[in-house]
Design a protein around this ligand. Structure first.
Ligand SMILES: [Zn+2]
Ligand SMILES: [Zn+2]
Length: 145
């Protein structure tokens, strides 16, 4: 796909909202609602989202990570490195999910990404920036939205 201007990509990204899954008035499923967290059976999420943050607060269980992340924001630099590596490795389900979210927003829909952190710093904000970078080619990732 042709790369978008930053201005056009920002118009798209503005239609993507990050919301907290614990908020009772937030629907947890729907065509334009995308859960981006880890498996949580109590909340009805039977599997990790392809877009989940593999780094967690506390002693980290992510592959090869020996850090104790004190808060969500501390995981983001690690998440972004791992996520970039996954995109470069072309994990099909990850790019597919990003494309789905991006295209819905590009078609003019209001799209929600659900996580546990909002309004605190959230990996979904990193994901939005990564989508923007992919769409504009500002940072060279392997792949297209
Ligand atoms: Zn970690
Ligand atoms: Zn989050």
């Amino acid at each position: 796909m042709a790369k978008l201007s930053l201005e056009k990509a920002q118009d798209v990204i503005r239609r993507i909202r990050v919301a907290n899954v614990r908020v009772k008035t937030e629907p947890r499923s729907g065509k334009f609602i995308h859960y981006c967290g880890r498996r949580n059976v109590a909340f009805g999420f039977e599997a990790d989202s392809p877009l989940h943050n593999m780094h967690n607060i506390g002693m980290c269980r992510a592959d090869g990570c020996t850090h104790e992340h004190k808060k969500g924001g501390d995981t983001l630099p690690f998440f972004e490195v791992d996520f970039g590596a996954k995109i470069l490795g072309e994990q099909a389900d990850v790019m597919q999910k990003l494309r789905e979210i991006w295209r819905q927003a590009a078609d003019g829909n209001a799209v929600t990404m659900l996580c546990w952190c909002a309004p605190e710093t959230c990996h979904c904000v990193s994901l939005k920036r990564i989508m923007l970078e992919l769409a504009t080619g500002i940072v060279r990732y392997e792949g297209d939205l």
